[in-house]
Design a protein around this ligand. Sequence first.
Ligand code: NAD
Ligand code: MG
Length: 388
Amino acid sequence: MVKTITILGSTGSIGDSTIDLIERDPAAFKVVALTGNGNWKKLAEQARRLGPAMVVIADASHYGALKEALADTNIGVAAGPEALCEAASLPADWVMAAIVGAAGLKPTLAAVERGAVVALANKECLVCAGDLFMERVRACRATLLPVDSEHNAIFQVFDFNQKDKISKIILTASGGPFRTWALADMAKVTPAQAVAHPNWSMGAKISVDSATMMNKGLEVIEAHHLFGLPSERIDVLVHPQSVVHSMVEYADGSTLAQLGTPDMRTPIAYALGWPQRMTAPTGKLDLAQLGSLTFQAPDLLRFPALKLARAALQSGGAAPTILNAANEVAVARFLAGEIGFLDIAAIVEHTLARLPHQGAKALDDVLAIDGDARRIAKAVKNQSAAAE
Ligand code: NAD
Ligand code: MG
């Protein structure tokens, strides 16, 4: 049977890996819709190769160029945030949610609302609006398949029928490129150094998040929503080789893990083939050659973002929404050369301190809080201003 597929964020790193898998077995998949943001040329090329019914470019200023590039095809072309939701609403068996940031929230929810099988890479939508998002998943009987490598690993070894016998889950973290750096050196980190991840090839935003370890903080919040465990039962362990992708500890003392080479095509293939396994071109592990795997506790002094994220989860309400929005702004400002590396966490902390943490009931409330946090995070001048 042919599986129909929509990829939200097809022009990114996760989008590339998803398309790579689909193109290896063209008879098994039919693409319904593809979406991108700025890179209309890449989106047009993907559309020509895969022949979807619809392509959407979120940044409407590229609509004309995309439309012209596909003028000799019968592919529908649309632009803007509303059109992203339209694309997600088209009937497709399987939706890859791989837009980066809270911009992915509404389109991913649109797929959830029609009860789709959603492969979730976009962790920010769970951090920004986790309670509301999971409530819609349950109400609409959507199926959520975690793609983030840690959550995918846990999903593979998590016995949902014996959840009461799970004592904790353990998220592994590579520690990023600055795992062994002194704070004084981290202050001088450049965007190019921060996006050069030692083990994974990823988009710029998540690469910076990995370097600050905010990524692991976002993943603790993501895991809380996906697996329904409190913060105290979600551990973080630094594992520089990125081979053990995460673990589940059971009451009888057994710890189950999923291992693999660091290649996102494995967790994506798990979600794409689900409930069956499929073949992926990922390199296989050679443990004898690796020789040893190492583990250590995270250093919260040099990586305060992890502490901030955990505190936001424990505080609850609007705190994770504020954390996520402030972090998105701070990372963009760091990448633009406006602020230093250590300012990222300082700006997030500053923004969290400036706003009340009362919970948001509806999506509009969440988006309003997200907007307030973005305004504050944009206005902070630098680390010293953040500390005032
Ligand atoms: P990326 O930057 O490579 O790609 C992001 C995609 O989102 C692109 O298609 C881009 O056009 C689109 N996009 C950006 N801004 C948009 C906007 N405002 N509106 C609509 N579309 C927009 O990022 P990525 O590395 O592919 O990551 C995507 C998501 O997957 C992120 O949430 C990330 O945290 C998560 N994730 C990625 C990896 C990885 O290995 N890359 C691993 C785990 C989780
Ligand atoms: Mg991850």
